[in-house]
Design a protein around this ligand. Structure first.
Ligand code: ATP
Ligand code: MG
Length: 882
């Protein structure tokens, strides 16, 4: 007998259709709005609400072939895959359902008729189990169907009683088994269908949803009992294709063949290798349908399960000696087999393949790096005669290299070693505590809490040391500090992804800028920050379309900005080293700021740097740039790093393991930032300022690369312009300017003399206006546009010329001043008994709308009505006259 799986599926559905059932297409493997469930793991899941009476459907009988995944939660068959002849991570569950329509007898009748009449299965091969207390079911199998009593097994609650949860609908069930006959190897006394000797194959489970269970465990009958049945298509294929192992059915042939071709391993030669070949075929099926239903490999939630499956498959491939990514090819074979029944995965073939391939490639890289490190550690351990890998090391492999803990354990156990499990766990929880502590006192508690929660399960890996682009799903989205499902054009948002090339601000280096885009929208990233350890926030604005949780986005760091920052960061290291060389090692770093446009470096030092010191520092840095020493980046323990002479910053907190960046022999620093590949990339470093910022702390600002060049060019241009103005060349400027200054001094002197002479002349002219009043010489004159100082000189001059007399000068400061007037009055010593300059001016100033006063021999005042100056002068003469 050979019935292809495709035909079994078809005949099952048609059988129930012809008996009044609606054929319902398989739902996605991701449960529709059921937060309690990771993946759909049974045919009834999509009907759950209908079975509970919460949702009414326009039909009371349904049938389906539902895609199921059993890799997590209550139903998890992951560990037995490849060894069990009847379990898969992905399988199809055939089922028929009655929503308050037929019940126990109906379900049993249909099942029996389908198997023995429609499918022509010999009744002798079948046995059933029923719940110990379910007399009704037992009676119907015996009397209604005519099954001999010894083929009806009564089993306990844990075998034959089904419940949706601790409370709610539940009921006894009845399983239908193929009986292959008791093998000689069976040691069980009873060997009923719960025996695992291999005699039994459970092919169908009929659930009689009959009771409602309350919190105390009391069962009350449901008003409308229902039916939910499930039979694995793969197992049916076993039966109708006359094989004992589901992997031997037609469903698996193409993927198994592909796995054998790629690995060069033939099934049946080596037990362990058979397991791996089967795992490849099995996992490729779940990956196909998971990714096909939109669950992409990621570091959290459902996506993480997918990633684990992929990595598990990949490790089995490695075990088979496959060096290259290969799961995508097995996926291809799966789609060849399943595409006809599931056209949607056929349509998404390229997408599924490429997602699988990308994640596997990345994993293989991680794997080889991690294995290398692990190998080193194993060498060290065996040298010391130890057999347990310390927890912190296991954690480091896991945390820094993404190397799965169970893989570490695998590799070690192959070498007769083990891992320190509890040490690993405490290292893990310590890291969480550290992350929390980093938050304390940072202000906004609510946002802090959101970030912290995100950091706990959304750790972002950073791929930006070597790459400026990445593709990754959005794992979290904040709009206005609140978690959101999606964001639209104009929204200011924060995005978290699984893997990013964006450097988050830390260690003085500013966060990267760039863009994040999907087919549906684009975000301009304005800053990248790390509010808590492990969590990278991209801050920016949606400039086009929308962006939503789960979207796969292309991340691109703005390359020029990043490269400029890189130059400045490496330049900072060189500057730091040069400072210590020139000023001594007490010139310790106090802080730094590294951006794309400049670098700033604060250090301890008591006195301003001399121009010579600055020059030596610049020379040294630029010599190091010139030798173009390659940058070397290494990870090591903190102690090791300090021992090797790396500069650590005193105030900075470091973990146990640090990243050490060095250039040649001249610069070695602990640093997590991004750096140039070689010192030569810095191009040129130019110090542009040096100043004190606090007692004992100095600050240097410098430019590198084109920034330095531009700065120098700007200076040069200014010099050129000046030289041109002076009709000379820049080199001649110092002597030329010296000469000019000298000329200017001479000219100034001449000018002063001339002014004095001219003023004297003018004064001489004005002397003609002196009046004689009662034997006293009196002079009131208007001299516009002179300042208070010139006025004072003028008054002195007139007093000298008069020998004895009274004088007043008025000056209009012009229209622009709003009619302002300055007044000054002087009285020669001999006359101060009879005329007081202060009194005179106070009165005169009133005429021009102002006030003032002063000594008897000299006084000044102001006013604001220049049109009254003549009147004021007349008033002056009148006052002297008395
Ligand atoms: P088993 O005891 O064999 O693991 P189960 O009791 O977990 O089976 P049910 O939860 O009753 O099975 O699921 C209904 C049917 O689905 C089973 O009768 C079987 O035919 C099929 N099935 C269950 N688990 C798997 C699996 N991992 N791979 C393939 N088919 C399965
Ligand atoms: Mg099971």
């Amino acid at each position: 007998m050979f019935v292809p799986a495709r035909e079994i599926r078809e005949r099952f559905l048609r059988y129930f259709e012809s008996r009044g059932h609606r054929i319902v297409p398989s739902a996605s493997v991701v449960p529709d709005s059921d937060p309690t469930l990771m993946f759909v793991n049974a045919g009834m899941v999509p009907f759950k609400r209908t079975l509970l009476g919460e949702e009414v459907r326009p039909y009371s009988r349904a049938t389906s072939s539902q895609k199921c995944i059993r890799v997590s939660g209550k139903h998890n068959d992951l560990e037995v895959i490849g060894r069990s002849p009847r379990h898969h991570t992905f399988f199809e569950m055939l089922g028929n359902f009655s929503f308050g329509d037929y019940f126990k007898e109906g379900a049993i009748d249909f099942a029996w008729e389908l198997l023995t009449q429609e499918m022509k299965l010999a009744p002798e091969r079948l046995a059933v189990s029923v719940f110990r207390e379910d007399d009704e079911a037992a009676a119907h199998w015996e009397n209604g169907i005519g099954l001999p009593q010894e083929k009806i097994y009564r089993l306990d609650e844990d075998e034959n009683f089904w419940s949706m949860g601790d409370t709610g609908p539940c009921g006894p069930c009845s399983e239908i088994h193929i009986d292959y006959g008791r093998p000689d190897t069976c040691t069980s006394e009873i060997c009923d269908p719960s025996c695992d000797c291999g005699r039994w194959l459970e092919i169908w489970n009929l659930v009689f949803m009959q009771f409602n269970r309350d919190a105390e465990g009391h069962r009350t009958p449901l008003p409308k009992p229902s039916i939910d049945t499930g039979g694995g298509l793969e197992r049916w294929a076993c039966v109708f294709q006359d094989v004992r192992n589901t992997f031997d059915t037609d469903l698996f042939q193409l993927p198994l063949e592909r796995a054998q071709t790629i690995s060069g391993v033939n099934l049946g030669e080596d037990e362990e290798k058979d397991v791996s070949v089967r795992v490849l075929a099995d996992h490729a099926r779940s990956l196909t349908f998971l990714i096909g239903d939109g669950v992409l490999p990621s570091s959290a939630g459902r996506g993480y399960v997918v990633r684990r499956l992929l990595r598990r498959a990949s490790r089995h491939a490695v075990f088979l000696g496959i060096q290259e990514p290969c799961i995508h090819e097995v996926v291809d074979a799966v789609i060849d087999e399943m595409g006809a029944a599931f056209p949607d995965v056929a349509e998404r073939r390229d997408f599924i393949r490429s997602r699988v391939r990308r994640d596997e490639e990345r994993f293989l890289e991680t794997l080889s790096k991690g294995l290398q490190i692990l190998e080193d550690e194993i060498q060290e351990l065996s040298a010391k005669g130890e057999t347990v890998l310390p927890g912190p090391l296991v954690f480091k492999l896991y945390d820094t290299f993404g190397f799965p803990m169970d893989l570490t354990a695998d590799v070690l156990s192959g070498r007769g070693m083990s891992i320190d499990q509890s040490g690993f766990e405490s290292a893990m929880s310590e890291q969480k505590t550290r992350a929390r502590a980093a938050w304390r006192g940072s202000g906004d508690e609510a946002v802090a809490a959101v970030y912290q929660r995100m950091a706990n399960d959304l750790a972002t890996s950073f791929c930006g040391y070597h790459s400026l682009e990445a593709e990754s799903p959005v794992t979290a989205l904040l709009v206005g500090g609140h978690p959101a499902e999606s964001a639209g054009q104009g929204d200011s948002i924060e995005i978290v992804v699984e893997e990013t090339p964006f450097y988050a601000e830390s260690g003085g280096q500013v966060g990267d800028l760039g863009s994040i885009a999907s087919a549906k929208g684009r975000v301009d990233v304005e800053d990248t920050l790390k509010p808590v350890e492990g969590l990278v926030i991209h801050r920016g604005k949606v400039v086009e379309g929308t962006i939503a949780l789960g979207d796969v986005v292309q991340l691109a760091v703005a390359p020029e900005t990043r490269q400029a920052t890189v130059r400045n960061h490496s330049g900072t290291h060189l500057l730091h080293a040069a400072l210590r060389e020139v000023l001594g090692s007490q010139a310790a770093q106090k802080g730094s700021l590294v951006g794309p446009d400049r670098l700033r470096f604060d250090f301890t030092h008591d006195t301003p740097l001399t121009p010579l010191e600055i020059e030596r520092i610049e020379d040294l840095v630029n010599e190091w740039i010139e030798v173009n020493a390659a940058a070397q980046t290494r990870e090591m323990s903190y102690d090791q790093a300090v021992k090797s002479g790396a500069i650590a910053i005193f105030e900075e907190k470091y973990g146990d393991d640090v990243r050490v960046v060095s250039f040649g022999t001249f610069s070695t620093e602990l640093c997590g930032g991004t750096h140039a590949a070689a010192s030569g990339d810095v191009g040129l470093l130019k110090i542009i300022s040096e100043q004190g910022i606090a007692s004992g702390v100095r600050r240097i600002e410098a430019l590198t690369g084109l920034g330095a060049l531009r700065h120098i060019r700007k200076q040069e241009r200014a010099l050129d312009e000046v030289a041109q103005l002076l009709k000379t060349v820049p080199a001649e400027l110092p002597s030329r300017v010296g000469r000019l200054l000298e000329e200017r001094r001479v000219l100034q002197r001449e000018l002063d003399q001339l002014k004095r002479a001219q003023a004297g002349e003018a004064a001489g002219d004005l002397m003609q206006q002196v009046r004689e009043i009662g034997g006293t010489k009196v002079l009131g004159v208007r001299v516009d546009g002179i300042d208070a100082e010139a006025m004072r000189t003028m008054i002195d001059d007139f007093r000298n010329r008069l020998g004895s007399g009274v004088v007043l000068v008025a000056s209009s400061l012009g229209e622009e001043s709003g009619g302002k007037v300055l007044l000054a009055a002087g009285v020669t010593k001999d006359l101060v008994g009879s005329h007081k300059a202060g009194d005179l001016i106070r009165d005169v100033a009133k005429v021009v709308g102002g006030g003032g006063g002063g000594r008897p021999d000299f006084a000044q005042a102001g006013g604001n009505d220049a049109s009254k100056i003549d009147e004021a002068l007349e008033r002056f003469y009148a006052l002297v006259e008395g």
